[in-house]
Write a protein that binds this ligand. Structure first.
Ligand code: SF4
Length: 352
């Protein structure tokens, strides 16, 4: 028997066609969409507003959910990490990060990752496979249900960051489709303005993203101030180097909306890319490209075996930040969250 269709992957229009093919009226598609996304139901049985025979018909060919939560860890700082499995048994990791004003969910776009960033544990897995749009959406549904209860409203909205496992721009089509589905008012209603997607530097997709009418915010992982070091830390740099990346960033800057900025992320590795000289190099580099609407997030490296890197001292992190700011670059230090449960940046690798 062929695999059941995963209706969480369907746009509203696709769902309407699907329902029509079943010989059902169009409004059933709206009910199912609402059941899946607004009410966050994980099975057709729970959609009691649908007649029983339709629920049975749906169950024959389709499914409402595919991801299974295998384990769930809660950090002392409230961060929650979810280790899930796809129906073909590939690992998916998602992290919930509570903050005072707004909660954030960090989702994965791939199972594993094909890029070989030297400081990242996910890289050790290699690429297992791209996640479908439905699998991306389902991660958010599962986390929201876990934190707030099935279908319950989120108290102060939710931000999404595409910074979990995988390189989102190598799964661009599914990513954009998932964001469209999640932005629907009769669904999760998480608009692109509340989403940030991070790339290791897939340059053509930065240009493509800039052209989209409804697009998420962009973060670019830079992590080195020159090509020599970046080649080593992020081998994708050998395909598109820093100059090509910053040209693309410059072009992206033109697409920014009012009050919007984009972000460079810089993972600070003790003694490797965190010296005063490297901070000056980084500032000069960005100033040379006259990137005015950019900020830098400094991310202290999260140690995890078998990686050999170690975090910078807090004193050096502050110095690095000060040097950037003296040269006119706004810089922020991202406080690590969920380190004790392997939920922090660069630590996602299906570890239990
Ligand atoms: S840092 Fe991101 S892009 Fe690089 S290997 Fe890890 S998951 Fe992939």
């Amino acid at each position: 028997m062929s695999e059941k269709l995963h209706l969480t992957s369907f746009s509203k229009d696709e769902l309407t066609d699907f329902v029509k093919n079943l010989g059902e009226p169009k409004y059933r598609a709206a009910q199912i969409f609402k059941g899946l996304h607004e009410r966050r139901l994980r099975s057709f049985e729970e959609m009691t507003d649908l007649p029983k025979n339709l629920r049975e018909k749906l169950n024959e060919t389709a499914t409402a959910s595919t991801l299974k939560v295998e384990s769930r860890y809660v950090s002392t700082d409230g961060t929650r990490r979810f280790l899930m499995k796809t129906r073909d048994n590939f690992p998916v990791e998602t992290v919930f990060i509570p903050t005072e004003n707004r909660d954030t969910i960090c989702f994965s776009s791939q199972s594993g990752c094909p890029l070989k960033c030297d400081f990242c544990l996910t890289a050790k897995l290699g690429l297992l496979r791209n996640l479908t749009a439905g699998e991306i959406v389902e991660q958010i549904i599962i986390v929201l249900n876990d934190v707030y209860g099935i279908g319950a409203e989120t108290p102060h909205g939710t931000n999404l960051v595409g910074m979990g496992a995988g390189e989102p721009f190598l799964n661009f089509e599914n990513l954009i489709k998932a964001l469209e589905i999640m932005s629907e008012e009769e669904g999760l209603f998480i608009v692109p303005n509340r989403v940030t997607v991070s790339t290791a530097g897939i340059v053509p997709k930065i240009y493509e993203l800039a052209k989209l009418e409804k697009r998420p915010h962009l973060a670019i992982s830079l992590s080195a101030p020159n090509n020599q070091l970046r080649d080593k830390l992020m081998p994708i740099n050998k395909r598109w180097n820093i100059e090509e990346l910053l040209e693309a960033a410059k072009e992206f800057e033109k697409s920014l909306r009012k009050n919007e900025r984009f972000t460079f992320e810089y993972v600070l590795l003790g003694g490797v890319n965190d010296t005063d000289e490297q901070a000056r190099q980084l500032a000069n580099l960005l100033n040379r490209y006259e990137l005015n609407r950019v900020k830098i997030n400094l991310i202290p490296h999260n140690s995890a075996e078998p990686l050999e890197y170690h975090p910078s001292s807090w004193e050096q992190i502050e110095r690095f930040k000060d040097i950037l700011e003296t040269k006119g670059i706004s810089a922020f230090v991202r406080r690590p969250r969920g380190r004790d449960i392997y939920a922090a940046c660069g630590q996602l690798a299906a570890k239990k």
